[in-house]
Design a protein around this ligand. Structure first.
Ligand code: ZN
Length: 156
């Protein structure tokens, strides 16, 4: 059966958020599949996620399963966010102010086709953020970026 152009366009679109079900999976497919060593579905208890393990030329990755492929019910709600600290607005403003006051400057102002920027990463400036200061040189100045700090368990 041929697919019309209109049907193909509909199939490519993601379903609207309103159609995504909040109803939890009740058939147990994901749990059973994760228990089978021959099926590349696994459960990661640290984050409460089921995933499909990538195999082949580039093993090691995974794709998170949000919905049960059997009944369409929602997979458990991920706890991945609990592994990272929350940067409060006050902390972000404090770090941005620190970046504005920094006096980093580059003495390497030579023109060229390949440009590298000095990046200083600080992991102890904040309890909730790791901070990168990127020195773009005298004209563009120093920019700062923040990443939420990982607070989950270490080592495995
Ligand atoms: Zn299910």
């Amino acid at each position: 059966m041929a697919t019309t152009r209109r049907q193909a366009a509909t199939l490519r679109k993601k379903p609207p958020r309103a159609l995504a079900t909040e109803r939890a999976c009740t058939c147990g497919f994901l749990e059973r599949a994760a228990a089978e060593p021959d099926i590349p579905i696994a459960f990661e208890p640290l984050v409460d996620e089921y995933d499909i393990r990538h195999i082949g030329d580039q093993p090691g990755g995974h794709s998170i399963i949000r919905y049960c492929p059997w009944c369409g019910g929602a997979a458990p709600k991920s706890k991945r966010d609990t592994l990272f600290a929350t940067i409060t607005r006050a902390e972000a403003e404090r770090l941005q102010d620190l970046a504005r006051r920094s006096r980093l400057s580059s003495k390497d102002n030579q023109p060229g086709t390949i440009v590298s920027f000095r990046t200083l990463q600080y992991t102890n400036l904040s309890a909730t953020a790791d901070v990168d200061f990127i020195d773009f040189g005298p004209e563009r100045g120093v920019h700062m970026s923040m990443m939420t700090k990982y607070v989950g368990p270490r080592g495995k």
